[in-house]
Design a protein around this ligand. Structure first.
Ligand code: WQD
Length: 335
């Protein structure tokens, strides 16, 4: 059974390829290396002792996509390929909509052409905007997104709903990630953002490695236990396993179009992350309190009940595992 993974060399894509291979799926991968590195393919093989069938190219290229479907009988597509930097999306909205929305339209067109109508779509908790109710369930109102990245995910979710209502022979699972962090315990693959990290965990890892000198904590005047922002951090390996659960549902029964939050249901503050990272890894993280970051919300964490009941998905890895594996990956890169 062949599964096409778009963005297979990316952070979540590569970890999902590892879990797919570990579960004896045949993986066909595509990537244009706009935000990933080719050597990740070797790392995936090192971890699993298996190879994926790889195609380098861009999802906006219809003929490139057709060549993949012509060469392989694809049972299901897991679509990760997207730009995902919130701040960058505010500066470059058109690039984000072209890359995150138009590429999916091209993918859906070619999937239909080859009668491949099973899709797992990588969405994000940002579609909830500033949540009214915490914890956030899938029934929560979406919209009022605060950046083009989140809006691009919202647009694709709407496209998928419209597609399904036009043709119920599609089976689609939309996965809304909360805050993916950490790395594979081997230390061979992990989060590798271009340039200075925008996200908290990779920034902390760089401070620990002394590549960056001091973490700026964006606001300590939120209405939270210690004034800093609270998020639902999920280990990237748990997240990858969530995709296996979604795939099993897609392949096992006709699920129509289903939406699931992938999170732990537990919120941790920025200071929780800093202190746990220091304690588990025996390193000191220099930080200073600065003003809030524009577009940030105070608290965001999931109600993971639906994924547990319908996918049998439960996060297994702790915050300690997340900070340990993040630091292990960072240290391993030096070797
Ligand atoms: C987490 C907390 C910051 C950096 C975004 C996207 C989301 C997903 C994950 C793609 C917040 C604080 C951060 C720093 C800090 N991406 N922080 N100093 O903004 O919750 O979510 O990334 O799918 O869709 O929205 O993640 O890691 O940037 O921030 O104080 O240098 O850490 O204020 O409270 P965020 P983050």
């Amino acid at each position: 059974m062949k599964i096409l993974v778009t963005g297979c060399c990316g952070y979540i894509g590569s970890h999902t390829c590892v879990e797919l291979l570990n579960h004896d799926y045949e993986v066909v991968g595509l990537d244009n290396f706009s935000n990933s590195k080719k050597e990740v393919l070797d790392k995936i093989s090192q971890i699993t002792n298996k190879k994926i069938t790889f195609y380098e190219g861009d999802m906006l290229d219809e003929h490139f996509l057709e060549s993949i479907f012509k060469d392989n009988e694809i049972s299901c597509v897991i679509d990760f390929a997207a730009y995902k930097a919130v701040g960058e999306s505010v500066e470059k909205p058109v690039e984000y909509y072209i890359n995150n929305v138009s590429s999916v339209l091209t993918l859906l067109k070619v999937m239909k052409q080859y009668d491949c109508k099973r899709l797992v779509f990588s969405s994000s908790a940002t579609v909830y905007g500033n949540p009214v109710e915490i914890p956030i369930s899938e029934a929560a109102k979406v919209g009022r997104t605060t950046n083009p990245y989140g809006t691009s995910k919202l647009f694709v979710e709407q496209i998928l709903k419209d597609l399904y209502h036009s043709d119920p022979s599609w089976n689609i699972v939309i996965l809304r990630y909360f805050n993916p962090v950490g790395a594979h315990p081997s230390g061979l693959i992990g989060e590798e953002p271009n340039g200075v990290p925008a996200n908290l965990m990779p920034y902390i890892s760089k401070v620990a490695k002394k590549e960056l000198t001091c973490l700026s904590v964006f606001g300590n005047d939120y209405n939270t236990k210690d004034g800093t922002g609270v998020r639902d951090y999920i280990h990237v390996v748990d997240l990858a396993i969530g995709h296996i659960k979604a795939l099993e549902k897609l392949l096992k029964d006709e699920c129509g179009i289903s939406i699931y939050n992938l999170g732990t249901g537990v919120g941790y503050s920025v200071l929780d992350i800093i202190h746990t990272f220091e304690l588990v890894n025996g390193v000191k993280i220099k930080y200073k309190m600065v003003n809030r970051r524009k577009g940030d919300i105070a608290v965001c964490y999931s109600d993971p009940k639906k994924a547990k009941e319908e996918l049998g998905f439960v996060c297994k890895r702790s915050l300690e595992d997340m900070v340990r594996d993040a630091w292990n990956y960072e240290k391993n890169k030096k070797l």
